[in-house]
Design a protein around this ligand. Structure first.
Ligand code: ATP
Ligand code: MG
Ligand code: MG
Length: 387
């Protein structure tokens, strides 16, 4: 039914796939799935089972499929080139199977178990949403390695890079899980709501990196997860991609997009981690709309303008621009958008490193996608080189 997308009602201890998997704990949930920690008795290891809702499972076989094929992408990621330097920064995929539950058929995707997301780092402190620049650099470098692999080897554009889709791989998974499970009550979950009541505080859905909640920097291995909204470089499932506030200008404008859209997205996230709030927070007004406001804020924060060649190749140009290249409706913000340099100087903890960080961000935030640096180029950026 419309209100029941058909989450699988899992029981703790429940066997699946002829008893091979035993459900241990709930890890999280999303619009299309609930995700469970399970013991894989066949391989004697813990795995994550992403059990798609019946609706999401049905959509996989429908003809006018607007959703990305997560399973095929995970297969490609797992098989493409395991010796690549970015391989370990993608989610490891172990296989999938279909099974019947009380609401209908479910696709179940089996992957490695990950821990906290970047959101956890952001919420360590009650009021400060910033992450220390030294940690940001480590994480960004790893995400870039992961993107290099997705873009250059797998032919995948992620298009959904946000804080809860970048997760950390726990070093001592078995140890963490056995501590965590001690005393876990046995409960039935039948929809995408609560996660298991945790024994130790669990922030942001996931397993803790360590029980004393101290994050040791050298332990962080960042993994790009959730290719559920991703696209093949040469086959898009839809054209309006990315979370609104992180959307690249070429996507808003209806210009060709591809891997550079992920780089824009990453630039916005990095700035956010450094300053503690969204880089772009567009608003519609009585005179102009959300998208035009967003585009205007980009030009203001970066002190750049859109080149006529880019606009000429944009399907939506006339919605937002006049023939002479000026904005169609936007005139002036009551509170002007702060320039990037001023934002970093005023709100980040970068100190002397500010100019280098700004330069890195500017390479990510070029308005024209073909001018933007690639993941491979950014891996060697001077800002990331200095510890
Ligand atoms: P969305 O609405 O974000 O598209 P979704 O149904 O596609 O959701 P995911 O985002 O893949 O599902 O997973 C939902 C949540 O489950 C994640 O935010 C994360 O907290 C948790 N999770 C997913 N995969 C894993 C994993 N391999 N290990 C640990 N936790 C995971
Ligand atoms: Mg997600
Ligand atoms: Mg998803």
């Amino acid at each position: 039914g419309r209100n029941n997308p058909g989450y699988f009602p899992a029981r703790l201890g429940q066997p699946l796939q002829q008893g091979r998997y035993c459900i241990v704990r709930k890890l999280g949930w999303g619009q299309y799935s609930s995700v469970w920690l399970a013991k894989d008795r066949g391989e004697d290891r813990f795995v994550a089972l992403k059990i798609l809702t019946c609706d999401a499972t049905k959509a996989l076989s429908s003809d006018e499929n607007q959703r990305s094929d997560e399973q095929r992408m995970l297969e490609k990621i797992a098989a493409a080139e395991s010796s690549h330097r970015g391989f370990s920064h993608s989610l490891a995929y172990f296989g999938s199977f279909d099974f019947n539950g009380p609401h209908g058929l479910h696709r179940c995707i089996v992957t490695e178990v990950l821990g906290y997301s970047i959101d956890y780092l952001r919420k360590l402190n009650d009021t400060d949403r910033r992450v220390a620049p030294s940690i940001v650099k480590r994480v960004v470098k790893q995400v870039l390695l992961g993107l290099e692999y997705l873009h250059n080897v797998c032919g995948i554009v992620h298009t959904d890079l946000k804080h809860d889709n970048i997760l950390f791989r726990p070093l001592d998974l078995a140890g963490v899980i056995s501590r965590e499970l001690f005393g876990t009550p046995s409960i039935t979950y039948d929809c995408g709501t609560e996660v298991n009541p945790p024994v130790v505080p669990v922030v942001s859905q996931g397993l803790p990196l360590s029980t004393d909640a101290t994050v040791r920097e050298q332990d962080l291995v960042a993994v790009i997860a959730d290719v559920g909204h991703s696209h093949w470089k040469n086959r898009h499932f839809q054209e309006l991609v990315q979370p609104d506030a992180l959307r690249a200008p070429e996507v808003i404008l209806g210009h060709l997009w591809g891997p550079p859209a992920d780089i824009w997205n990453l630039g916005c996230l990095v700035a956010e981690l450094l300053i503690g709030f969204w880089l772009f927070e567009p608003n519609k007004t009585d005179l102009w709309g959300y998208e035009e406001d967003h585009l205007a804020r980009m030009t203001e924060a970066l002190d750049l303008h859109f080149e006529t060649t880019m606009l000429a190749n944009s399907v939506h140009r006339d919605k937002y621009f006049k023939a002479d290249g000026s904005f169609a409706h936007f005139t002036k913000h009551e509170e002007p958008t702060w320039p990037l340099r001023k934002l970093l100087q005023s709100f980040s903890e970068l100190g002397d490193d500010t100019p280098r960080a700004e330069e890195f961000l500017r390479r990510c935030l070029k308005l024209a996608p073909d001018k933007r640096a690639t993941a491979t180029e950014l891996i060697n950026d001077p800002w990331l080189a200095i510890a």
